[in-house]
Design a protein around this ligand. Structure first.
Ligand SMILES: *Cc1c(COP(=O)(O)O)cnc(C)c1O
Length: 478
């Protein structure tokens, strides 16, 4: 599909503008004498346009971008919050950004890594952390490999793992990659784990434990969480906590106190790093003491002689990322945690929950809310109440027309036509009200003018795409 954006290559040359730079009056070097033949390129189609044309072209393109710096980004599960710019400045300090991990002068960086491990320990209750995993899913894989190694070490064969159907999609994928087969547990009418089914599944014998996303992808905190971990432990299993979105828990409760043995956090979601399109991320995992010998190496430990890299325990799952992980993301999270302090983090959690519930209550006046109860940082509505067979996709495309980004759609899979909304704590009441106003307008449009929705978006450079062709045969140019 052709968009209405003119490419820089299609711009004409305005000779007058072009001519303000004087003609070159020095001899032009013969590149063939300087650059090896094999590296010489002759016909590079560099557009020959004046500076002002280039500047305007790229500035205009940048205005077509949408990001959290332009408006609300209510993408459920992804926690697209506003990231304070000071974290960017701190990460870019030469002492952090220009240092090589093998330089001897990196004691400051090692101290930062050590300190943030301690902070994460306080926040989650876990004994020891590794900062190596480069993303949430990577942390899950590392955590499950630890689980596997733990049982192997004990000489117990455990090949299965329980994953509720309200888990994040990466959970079963990581479990499979770690070599487990998956027992899926169907959520009950409250959107929680049915304890009797869990008990039954655990008694199956070779079950290594459970992988729980909490709050789950419905934005629901499982009220029986302590019973869940107890059932798993009573049956010789371990409990893995997917804490990618720990926002709503910050300063309020801790996975360790709920009975979990391993937890991963997404620093890029819970704390502060602008992310999206696959990165950059950081998914540290924390474990209880019994599991710490299995953590990826090297670990940093504190001794009488200062901070040192601890040598191999012989039980580690090995290295899973070069050096210390995605250091820049870790620095941003560190700056964010220090700036907020314990009270600030608690407030982040409280407002994340308040904002989500504010939206939920206002939107459920019109939209269908399958699990009608207080939510955590996000909630899920669906297209069930929409007039004229208007679908979730139509709603999402129409939202774009109103100049804001659409929520996550068709996920979680357990709700047909899901729209998963996470406002985050950084949105003001004004911006939440604007979102509600748009959603209400769209609801009315569905009744009165469904074609408007069916053909949306109308005022973006690219109109409605054939999603199947776009996914299967993407045209990434022209
Ligand atoms: C985002 C997310 C993940 C995966 O994290 P990545 O950094 O994208 O790999 C896992 N679980 C939950 C609940 C998430 O929201």
């Amino acid at each position: 599909m052709k968009s209405n954006i003119t490419l820089i290559f299609e711009k004409g040359i305005d000779e007058e503008l072009q001519n303000y730079i004087p003609e070159m009056d020095i001899e032009v070097a013969d590149l063939k004498e300087i650059i090896p033949q094999i590296l010489l390129r002759n016909d590079i189609p560099i557009p020959n346009v004046p500076e002002i044309v280039i500047v305007r072209h790229f500035v205009k393109l940048s205005h077509k971008n949408y990001g959290v710096d332009t408006g609300i980004y209510p993408l459920g599960s992804c926690t697209m919050k506003y990231n304070p710019k000071i974290n960017e400045s701190i990460e870019r300090l030469p002492g952090f950004s220009q240092i090589h991990p093998l330089q001897e002068e990196n004691q400051g960086s090692i101290k930062l890594l050590y300190n943030i491990s301690k902070f994460l320990g306080e926040i989650t209750g876990m004994d020891r952390f590794t900062l190596q995993p480069a993303a949430g899913a990577h942390g899950e894989l590392a955590g499950l490999l630890i689980m596997k190694k733990y049982f192997e070490h004990k000489g117990i064969k455990k090949e299965k793992i329980i994953v509720p159907d309200s888990a994040h999609g990466t959970n079963p994928a990581s479990a499979k990659m770690a070599g487990f087969s998956i027992i899926e547990l169907k959520s009950n009418e409250q959107g929680e784990v049915p304890l009797d089914h869990l008990e039954y599944a655990m008694q199956g014998g070779d079950v290594a434990g459970i992988m729980l996303t909490n709050p789950n992808t419905l934005g629901i905190f499982d009220r029986h969480i302590k019973e869940i971990t107890q059932i798993v432990h009573n049956n010789g299993g371990l409990c893995y906590y997917d804490g990618a979105n720990l926002n709503p828990m910050l300063g309020i409760c801790r996975p360790r106190d709920m009975g979990f043995d391993i937890v991963h956090l997404n620093l890029h979601k819970t704390f502060a790093t602008p992310h999206g399109g696959g990165g950059p991320g950081s998914g540290p995992i924390g474990v209880i003491n019994d599991l710490s010998p299995f953590l990826p190496e090297p670990c940093i430990i504190s001794t009488e002689n200062g901070l040192v890299c601890k040598e191999s325990t012989g039980k580690s799952i090995g290295r899973i990322k070069s050096f210390w992980g995605n250091f820049g993301v870790i620095v941003r999270a560190y700056a964010y945690i220090l700036a907020l302090g314990a009270e600030g983090l608690l407030r982040v959690g409280q407002i994340a929950v308040l904002n989500a519930n504010y939206l939920r209550v206002l939107l459920q006046k019109k939209y269908y809310l399958p699990f009608n109860r207080a939510c955590q940082h996000e909630f899920v509505i669906s297209d069930k109440n929409m007039a004229n067979n208007i679908t979730t996709e139509d709603i999402a495309k129409r939202i774009l027309d109103y100049g804001i980004y659409a929520p996550t759609i068709y996920f979680p899979l357990i709700i047909q036509g899901a729209l998963m909304i996470e406002p985050t704590e950084t949105e003001s009441k004004e911006s939440l009200d604007y979102f509600v106003e748009i959603m209400n307008k769209i609801y009315e449009e569905a009744k009165e003018n469904p074609h408007l929705l069916k053909n949306a978006p109308h005022n973006l450079p690219v109109k409605r795409l054939d999603a199947v062709i776009a996914a299967r045969k993407p045209v990434l140019h022209d």
